[in-house]
Design a protein around this ligand. Structure first.
Ligand SMILES: [Fe+2]
Length: 78
C-alpha cells in the first residue's frame, strides 16, 4: 500500500500508511511483551497518541516519535 501511494504521488496516503505501519510494529512488540509477562501481574501506565495511534508504556514522550505530536495530547488508557 505504501508503494502504491508513492507510485501515485499521493503524499497524504503515503504518510498515513507509513505511520500506521510504524505504529503496528510498536503494537506487535507490546503484544509480545504482554504475552511474555502473562501471570506476572505487572502494571504500567499506557498512553496513546490520538493522531497516529502510537502507544507508549510508562511515561509520555516530549513528542510522538511517529507523527511528532506534542506529548501533552497523548491519552492515558485506563
Ligand atoms: Fe503520534
Amino acid at each position: 500500500m505504501i508503494e502504491d501511494a508513492k507510485a501515485e504521488g499521493n503524499k497524504a496516503a503515503e504518510r498515513s500508511f507509513t505511520m500506521a505501519n510504524t505504529v503496528e510494529k510498536t503494537h506487535a512488540k507490546l503484544y509480545k511483551e504482554a504475552l511474555d509477562n502473562l501471570g506476572n501481574n505487572a502494571e504500567a501506565d499506557i498512553y496513546v497518541c490520538p493522531i497516529c495511534g502510537e502507544t507508549v508504556v510508562g511515561s509520555v514522550p516530549e513528542k510522538c516519535p511517529v507523527c511528532g505530536a506534542m506529548g501533552k495530547v497523548f491519552v492515558k488508557i485506563d
